[in-house]
Design a protein around this ligand. Sequence first.
Ligand code: HEM
Ligand code: HEM
Length: 177
Amino acid sequence: MAKQLPRSKVIMHWITATSVFFLFVSSWWMLSLPLPSDVFTYRQLPFQLHKNIGITLLAIVVTMIAMRVYGREQSIQANKTRLEKLADVDHLLTYFLLIACCISGYLSSAYSGWETTLWWLVDLPGWSEENDDLNILFSDIHLWTCWALLAVVALHISAALYHAFKDDGVIDKMFRL
Ligand code: HEM
Ligand code: HEM
């Protein structure tokens, strides 16, 4: 039987999956709205929501990584099968890309000249002047890391479906609280 993951890890996994789904959908929604002016301010809410959820996600992902590194759930297991090693690579890549997406998004936003108020409560330090070149650079990195994340997540969900059809208990880890 597959090893039980801590309940907090399972909850954080599903918050992460839902947030990533929301961030993709919200990005297409917010970018299709008219550019801001005195008359049109529609973009503000979806941009703030995207940034708030993205920054919160960064904190959740860092916690999940810390649990993986320092927690007891990932017992050092010798003789891993090829599929288990592949799953480790997939998780490592997913974590790396989640962090890259969040940091590039934050940097792109920081150089755009628009401030970020986390959950409309805490003003994040505006530690840089507006800079169009750097805004475009980090915006491009944000776009490409997000597409790479989408590809890795597609692989991850395909693997989850494979295990579900095989009924080998791997998928149960993420559905058992
Ligand atoms: C896993 C986390 C994230 C995902 C999957 C994600 C996804 C996306 C996607 C798909 C776009 C559209 C890109 C385009 O078509 O140009 C976008 C745009 C954007 N995102 Fe994120 N995002 C994440 C985190 C963040 C964070 C943490 C911030 C800022 C604090 C942020 C700020 C922005 C901004 C300002 C844009 C507008 C375009 C740009 O300047 O790059 N994102 N995001
Ligand atoms: C955007 C969507 C998703 C993201 C970003 C994501 C991310 C992750 C990450 C980072 C891990 C590693 C957790 C650890 O440190 O142990 C993981 C594990 C896992 N995920 Fe997802 N996941 C997503 C969607 C899904 C879906 C839709 C399913 C199932 C239908 C799923 C099933 C699993 C399972 C079963 C594991 C444990 C695998 C194992 O321990 O070998 N995930 N996921």
